[in-house]
Design a binder for this molecule. Structure first.
Ligand SMILES: NC(=O)c1ccc[n+]([C@@H]2O[C@H](COP(=O)([O-])OP(=O)(O)OC[C@H]3O[C@@H](n4cnc5c(N)ncnc54)[C@H](O)[C@@H]3O)[C@@H](O)[C@H]2O)c1
Length: 436
């Protein structure tokens, strides 16, 4: 038990978002709807979650937001960048996630948020091009422009502190290389506009340099490179990523731990999706899909641990497909066919057909990440925040450490971190004292 000094959540909190698309506008519209009392923040742990403290017999179960000092929804101010000039109302209308009625009610706020010009490079997102793009001599110059945007946003809105959450399109797959290996190499790369540095890394660099906690909602490398982890530690800034855990992968990390708990074998897991939003269009490009595929595939191996349970999982065939299908818009359909086997090897099948709404599942995660990262910063935490793995498909970890994907272990880790911050006893679920 170690009680941490947590600075109070005083004043306004800026939430700055590269990517004014389906996820970010659904998040902002939703927060405004909740503030106006016309909707409930369903799916958000910070708004609806509780936390048990002490023994079960103590009956101490406060709301999570009363237990730790989080920024209130009324204190959030939004801003962002996009390659298109549409304000948030227009972008939300085009994304087609929320009904017209609800959008009209939150129109004044959404209309007032106009994206700042983006840092963009067509090589990293091949399917899009837009007019609202910054010009600069090199990446370093562009990072300085983003830092200037942050300062102007904070000043204009009277914001006390801010966080940045990447909700822009998935960039193409790249491997970490020497230019990402240290802060020095990275900064030299920024100055010579090294091709291996992507726009999302430029935003992340600008955010951390400005003291803003950064979360990566997409599967691109972005902040998951030694250079930016080093910068985050040096500047005492918390970071987290990557790829919001929604839809099919959320279901996977709920089901797979159950199979493993009961030692049921899995011989095959075929996952396919149809979706028709802009995200789907970007993922139609094989190089962007490769980034997403790597993120989605890693989950099962790390949960099922075939090296420890070869009889059950050694021969698991795992396949993930995403098909761009415009008629569906944001209302994705994800099918899973799971071939499992039980006692004496007898086979069984499970079929999951999840008619989900991607951005509806993602929006509360963006809210929780903004509030928890701000809390982490006020609690003096820096670098990778593994306790926020709960929200990610590919959680960032220390080098050499495998990520924890099991949703329930992740939740326990998150809540125990909060208990630890407040000097409360960690819950170990032994419970033997009730019987002695
Ligand atoms: N919805 C989900 O459940 C979910 C889950 C996990 C990850 N994600 C990821 O979140 C991201 C956003 O998803 P979405 O459905 O809102 O997509 P979207 O296409 O609706 O929005 C993304 C926006 O980013 C903009 N953009 C692209 N490159 C940019 C840049 N360099 N700077 C600023 N803006 C840029 C695009 O113009 C677009 O408006 C995607 O990468 C997606 O893969 C979404």
């Amino acid at each position: 038990m170690s009680k941490t000094e947590i600075r109070p959540a005083k004043g306004k909190l800026g939430v700055l978002i590269p990517g004014i698309g389906a996820v970010s506008t659904t998040f902002m519209a939703g927060v405004e709807a909740v503030r106006r009392g016309i909707a409930e923040p369903i799916g958000s742990l910070t708004q609806m979650g509780t936390i048990r403290l002490g023994k079960r017999t103590e009956n101490r179960v406060p709301a999570l937001r009363e237990f730790v000092p989080l920024a209130g929804l009324g204190d959030l101010v939004f801003g962002g960048w996009d390659i298109f000039e549409d304000n948030c109302y227009e972008a939300a209308r085009k994304a087609g996630v929320l009904e017209k009625d609800l959008l009209e009610k939150v129109k004044p706020l959404l209309e007032s948020i106009v994206p700042m010009p983006a840092v963009f490079d067509n090589r990293y997102v091949k399917k899009l091009s837009g007019p609202n793009v910054k010009k600069g001599a090199n990446w370093y110059d562009l990072a300085e422009q983003v830092m200037e945007d942050i300062r102007t946003f904070e000043k204009t809105n009277g914001v006390e502190r801010s966080v940045m959450i990447w909700c822009a399109s998935t960039e193409i797959f790249i491997q970490p290389s020497d230019v990402h290996g240290s802060l020095r190499a990275f900064e030299e790369g920024l100055k010579r506009k090294d091709e291996r540095i992507s726009p999302s890394m430029v935003y992340a660099y600008a955010a951390i340099r400005s003291g803003l906690p950064f979360a990566n909602g997409a599967p691109n490398l972005t902040v998951d490179i030694p250079a930016l982890v080093e910068l985050a530690r040096e500047r005492s800034v918390p970071i987290a990523g990557k790829d919001l855990k929604t839809g099919q992968t959320l279901m996977k990390t709920i089901l797979a731990p159950g199979f493993k708990a009961r030692l049921l074998g899995v011989s095959g897991w075929f996952s396919t999706n149809i979706l028709g939003n802009r995200d789907g269009e970007v993922l139609d490009d094989p190089e962007s899909f490769k980034t997403k595929e790597a993120s989605k595939l890693s989950v099962l191996d790390e949960i099922l641990q075939p090296h420890l349970y070869p009889t059950l999982y050694r021969d698991l065939y795992h396949k993930v497909r995403i098909n761009y299908y415009p008629p569906r818009g944001d209302n994705k359909e994800g099918w899973d066919n799971i071939d499992i086997f039980g006692w004496l090897g007898y086979p069984m099948q499970i079929k999951v057909d999840f008619l989900c709404r991607d951005s509806i599942l993602a929006a509360p995660i963006v809210l929780d990440l903004a509030l928890f990262l701000d809390l982490a910063a006020r609690a003096g935490r820096r670098g990778i925040q593994e306790w926020l793995s709960f929200y990610f498909k590919s959680p960032m970890t220390a080098p050499g450490l495998y990520p924890e994907h099991d949703l329930f272990i992740q939740l326990m880790k998150l809540k125990n971190t909060l208990r630890d911050m407040k000097g409360e006893e960690l819950i170990h679920h032994l419970g033997s004292e009730y019987y002695d």
